[in-house]
Design a protein around this ligand. Structure first.
Ligand code: AMP
Length: 216
């Protein structure tokens, strides 16, 4: 199973990718997490990516494409995976197609989690809390899906944090950027016959079931 999850920031890609990964045994490949880790470790890619991420902008295609290509060219390349946050532009989709082709891998499905902008602003506007533990990465919402103890991860008990780019003004910017490249991406995968649209509203388990149904 090789899946790409598309959708606006806050559509639930991360949450659903984590479930798909745990339940179907797929590698959860999240470029946002990889870039945040690179910034934390202060690597050359991290230093280049940092100002774009803090401003809610996309990191230049060449940085992200190089990171992904290098991972898929390793001898322990992922062969069963769910992509979360990559590709995000048409140029990235073309680069990923080329790498998959080179490595003899094809995609099973591309799922578009459809959520409208107002819902996204409501979801992310200061309400999203994330677990920083890299082996956990659980995401909570203070209204819809709160942790049992405020500010603490239910699963690994690490103190939660709010992402810098989840501030309301940055969210609008991220949504605008999302819309600028999303139509082209959707068209790319629709033309390949891989795209399935799944409404991203409702509880986590029912969205998960809709995704799994779409995969079959
Ligand atoms: P995410 O965790 O997927 O919401 O990504 C957080 C931020 O990381 C985005 O707002 C971008 O700045 C950057 N980022 C993650 N993935 C990509 C990508 N595929 N292309 C460009 N920038 C990315």
């Amino acid at each position: 199973m090789r899946i790409i999850l598309l959708g606006p920031p806050g559509s639930g890609k991360g949450t659903q990718a984590k479930l798909l990964s745990e339940r179907l045994g797929l590698l959860h490949y999240a470029t946002g997490d990889i870039l945040r880790e690179a910034i934390e470790k202060d690597t050359p890619e991290g230093r280049r990516a940092k100002p774009y991420m803090a401003a809610g902008q996309l990191v230049p295609d060449d940085i992200v494409n190089d990171i992904v290509s290098a991972r898929f060219r390793r001898s322990d390349k992922p062969t069963r995976f769910v992509m979360d946050g990559y590709p995000r532009t048409h140029a990235q989709a073309l680069s990923f197609d080329a790498i998959l082709d080179e490595q003899g891998l094809d995609l099973s499905s591309v799922i578009f989690l459809d959520v409208d902008d107002e819902e996204i602003v409501h979801r992310l506007g200061g309400n999203r809390w994330t677990c920083p533990n890299s082996t956990c990465k659980a995401v909570y919402h203070t209204v819809v899906n709160p942790p049992k103890v405020p500010g603490i991860c239910d699963l690994c008990h690490t103190p939660l944090y709010q992402r810098e780019d989840d501030k309301p003004a940055t969210i609008r910017k991220r949504l605008q950027i999302f819309h600028e490249s999303n139509d082209e991406l959707i068209r790319h995968y629709r033309d390949k016959g891989l795209l399935v649209e799944v409404p991203g509203r409702g509880d986590i388990e029912s969205i998960y079931r809709a995704i799994v149904k779409a995969l079959k």
